[in-house]
Design a protein around this ligand. Structure first.
Ligand SMILES: Cc1cc2nc3c(=O)[nH]c(=O)nc-3n(C[C@H](O)[C@H](O)[C@H](O)COP(=O)(O)OP(=O)(O)OC[C@H]3O[C@@H](n4cnc5c(N)ncnc54)[C@H](O)[C@@H]3O)c2cc1C
Ligand code: SF4
Ligand code: SF4
Ligand code: SF4
Ligand code: FES
Length: 724
């Protein structure tokens, strides 16, 4: 007798004894599962497959509920989705694992750091540069100037020093640039679509790189004589040599991007004319306007804006600053202006900053380098008046103290009454901030919305402005920030622009759920800390020119790792992150149901790793006790190699009598590996193998690796296999 039922409004027929899941699947209705597998008897431990059956109070697991005549079933109602979300959050509440290395999570561009370091450790620099360039096109430049947010989260800092990620990236990129034919990504067939990019800084050039990779025709316009933005005209050559930046830009040209310099938005063309001629426009004009110090007499006194000063020096113009230079500000521009002043021959260079060194926004290693070269720092001091007298400049300053924290979270400087003091420098350089020059954009025609900070108002996921077809990113939308953030926004905007040009829904790169073992290093499990202590190893020191020599010229200060140093430093990386990231169903469901792992978070599972098996790694802290591995082994293979061991948060899976996995009756068929819905059972692959597979096959990386390993296993190349 055939059974008639309705699922999500579809009239369906089921055979006697069939489950709701089987009937739904046959009809193409997707129901997520975790503990269920077609080869196995239903187990019903995870409840992720629940559905709503009319007339039933409780939701029912579709994998084990037999279809009955007249059933009316909803597989995706609000109640079902809420229940699934809670299930996922419960599974994540005690989960211990890093989906991706914490370094990668903290990199604004999300570079596959463990992957490229693992490739470097295996002397595979060619794939390493490809992997890096999947995330950004300026590794040689960034490898020199990035403030390294990734290193601030490196797992090693719990017990040791961070891996020198940035210098390793620079090493790989330098090796590539020294080749007769550096890596140039392929650009695919032409789509016939044209995109105009305004601004040839890191954001604009990055967008051009990825748009061209998608096959679009790209023209980049810039008002300077050379491309590069602040990397060319702000950051001095002793930190980022011009030829290095030029070589990275050349690769973008080789891909077919046209870069047209001395072309200015607002003078040579308007936003409207670009929108009329091109299929899409990306604005990346940076924050190139120096902010005023708002000090009495500033204009008449003749202060030099820091970015204009650095721009002039970069253009080779003669700039007179005299012997005794005062720089006002505490950011990168202030430090660069100070070190440049020394190189121009100033005998005394003083940075005046109104807070303390702790609050300085400049990179700590830059501050350190400036101090080594002899720059003086006058903290808790601010100018209040400037006058040009017959004797020269008279800069009136006040001493400050720190008061309550302001909106930025930093303690506000408060002036101390009667603390006035006078400085008589030969020049004053102001470096207190930058803003976006919005005057060049014809808002009246196009109604581009601005934020209250006078930056372009964009959708943070898609970088769309308020005007259809016009996107914006980098400093002009974020406000003055750092290069890697501008680069990341250029790549993400390119993805959104590509979607727009293909008439797809514009969603951008999308959000990734990333489970982390701990947000703070003090919450890292003791077993991991112990492992880190055992692996303690001092980091390699970047060789650099002697301060007494380097301050006389614009030669690059940091001279780069040798091969031996790079290889040794790469060995320090622990390849953090989960090798099952691309196949983890728990992760996939966390994204789908927008799970919040913190909502139900409580006691965590015990940290436990068994690596005794030659092909398989078992990580008990990622196990959700679904039993699939145990059941496939006993029900399908008839081997009983595995069982549940212990209870509660320290329960694990393994051979009886708590023997290691290597001592089980396992025959190496690897059937349990793809069945495990998390990364608890994974193949022993390196981060390099995983990254190469992902570059070649996208998200099917785990399947590709598994097939390869199965082949090796069949040929008996893995040693342990008895009878596959
Ligand atoms: C002195 C200094 C030091 C810095 N040091 C560091 C550092 O060590 N590490 C770090 O990560 N970041 C540093 N930064 C910040 C970093 O350089 C910027 O965040 C980054 O360059 C922003 O990139 P962008 O592409 O958004 O803009 P920009 O680099 O500013 O590029 C914008 C481009 O648009 C062009 N443009 C502007 N208006 C027009 C127009 N109307 N028509 C045509 N073209 C136009 C400009 O000429 C420029 O080429 C520093 C910045 C400065 C100023
Ligand atoms: S098992 Fe899944 S959720 Fe857990 S760390 Fe690995 S990828 Fe992330
Ligand atoms: S040890 Fe390696 S993978 Fe782990 S956080 Fe540090 S750099 Fe990243
Ligand atoms: S190890 Fe076994 S019990 Fe644990 S999650 Fe994986 S398949 Fe399930
Ligand atoms: S209860 Fe059905 S898949 Fe787990």
């Amino acid at each position: 007798m055939s059974i008639k039922l309705k699922i999500d409004g579809h009239d369906l027929i089921a055979q006697e004894g069939e489950t709701i899941l089987t009937v739904a699947k046959r009809a193409g209705i997707e129901i997520p599962t975790l503990c269920h597998h077609e080869e196995l008897k239903p187990f019903s431990s995870c409840f992720i497959c629940v559905v709503e059956v009319e007339g039933m109070k409780r939701l029912l697991p579709s994998c084990s509920t037999v279809a009955a005549d007249g059933m009316i079933i909803s597989t995706n109602s609000e109640r079902v989705r809420c229940s699934r979300k809670v299930c996922v959050e419960l599974l994540l509440s005690d989960h211990v694992g890093d989906c991706r290395g914490p370094c990668q999570v903290n990199c604004p561009a999300g570079i596959d750091i463990p992957g490229f370091i693992s490739l470097l450790a295996r002397k595979n620099e060619e794939d390493a540069i490809r992997l890096i360039k999947d995330a950004l096109p300026f590794p040689a430049s960034l490898g020199r100037i990035c403030p390294r947010p990734c290193e601030q989260q490196c797992k090693r800092i719990c017990t040791d020093e961070a891996v020198s990620i940035c210098f390793l990236k620079r090493y790989i990129a330098d090796v590539d640039l020294k080749r007769s034919e550096p890596y140039v990504p392929s650009t695919g067939g032409s789509t016939g679509k044209k995109v105009a990019v305004v601004g040839a800084g890191p954001a604009g050039l990055t967008a051009a790189f990825y748009l061209r990779k998608c096959g679009h025709d790209v023209v980049v316009f810039d008002n300077h004589a050379e491309p590069g933005g602040m990397l060319r005209y702000g950051i001095p050559a002793y930190r980022l040599p011009r030829d290095i930046l030029a070589k990275e830009i050349d690769i973008i040209r080789k891909m077919g991007v046209s870069i047209q310099c001395k072309k200015s938005l607002g003078r040579n063309f308007t936003l409207k004319s670009l929108a009329d001629e091109y299929d899409a426009v990306f604005l990346a004009i940076g924050a190139q306007q120096a902010s005023d110090m708002r000090v009495e007499g500033e204009k008449e006194g003749g202060t030099i804006p820091g970015i204009a000063f650095l721009d002039d020096v970069a253009c080779g113009k003669k700039v007179w600053i005299g012997d005794d230079v005062v720089i006002v500000g505490g950011g990168n521009t202030a430090i660069d202006a100070a070190r440049t002043s020394l190189r121009l021959g100033a005998k005394k260079v003083t940075i005046l900053y109104r807070r303390t060194r702790k609050e300085m926004p400049a990179n700590d290693f830059e501050i350190e380098a400036a101090l080594h070269e002899g720059v003086k720092m006058e903290f808790l001091a601010a100018p209040v008046g400037l006058a040009r007298t017959a004797d020269g400049i008279k800069l009136t300053c006040l001493r400050m103290e720190l008061g309550a924290p302001d909106a930025s979270g930093r303690r506000s400087p408060v002036s101390i009454k009667g603390s006035e003091f006078i400085l008589k420098p030969s020049a004053v350089i102001s470096a207190i901030g930058q803003s976006v020059d919005t005057a060049c954009m014809d808002f009246e025609d196009n109604h581009l919305k601005l934020t209250k900070w006078n930056t372009l108002n964009v959708n943070p996921d898609t970088f769309e402005t308020s005007q259809k077809g016009i996107f914006a990113g980098g400093d002009c939308s974020s406000g003055a920030d750092i290069a890697v953030t501008a680069i990341a926004s250029g790549r993400k905007a390119a993805t959104a622009i590509d979607q727009y040009l293909k008439d797809e829904k514009v969603t951008g790169e999308g959000k990734h759920y990333l489970h982390l073992m701990s947000e703070k290093s003090e919450d890292v499990p003791e077993e991991v800390l112990q492992m880190l202590r055992e692996k303690a190893d001092a980091k390699q020191i970047m060789p650099e020119l002697d301060p007494s020599m380097r301050k006389k010229n614009f030669e690059e200060v940091e001279t780069g790792f040798t091969y031996e140093q790079a290889a040794r430093e790469a060995e320090r990386c622990l390849s953090c992150g989960c090798r099952s990231y691309s196949s983890c169903t728990l992760h996939e469901l966390a994204v789908k149901y927008e799970a919040n792992p913190e909502r139900l978070a409580g006691k965590k599972r015990s940290f436990f790793i068994d690596e005794s098996h030659p092909q398989i790694r078992y990580e008990g802290h990622k196990c959700i006790m679904c039993g699939s591995c145990i059941r496939i082994c006993s029900e399908v293979k008839g081997l009983d190699a595995l069982g549940f061991i212990g209870r509660g948060f320290s329960a694990t899976v393994g051979p009886m009598m708590e023997k290691p996995w290597a001592k089980s009756t396992c025959d190496g068929c690897l059937k349990c590996v793809p069945l495990c819905p998390t990364g608890a059972i994974s193949l022993k692959v390196t981060a390099a193998e995983e990254s190469i597979a992902r570059m070649q096959k996208g998200l099917d990386a785990s399947k590709v690796i598994l097939e390869d390993k199965r082949e090796e296993s069949k040929k008996g190349e893995l040693g342990h296999v008895k009878n596959v």
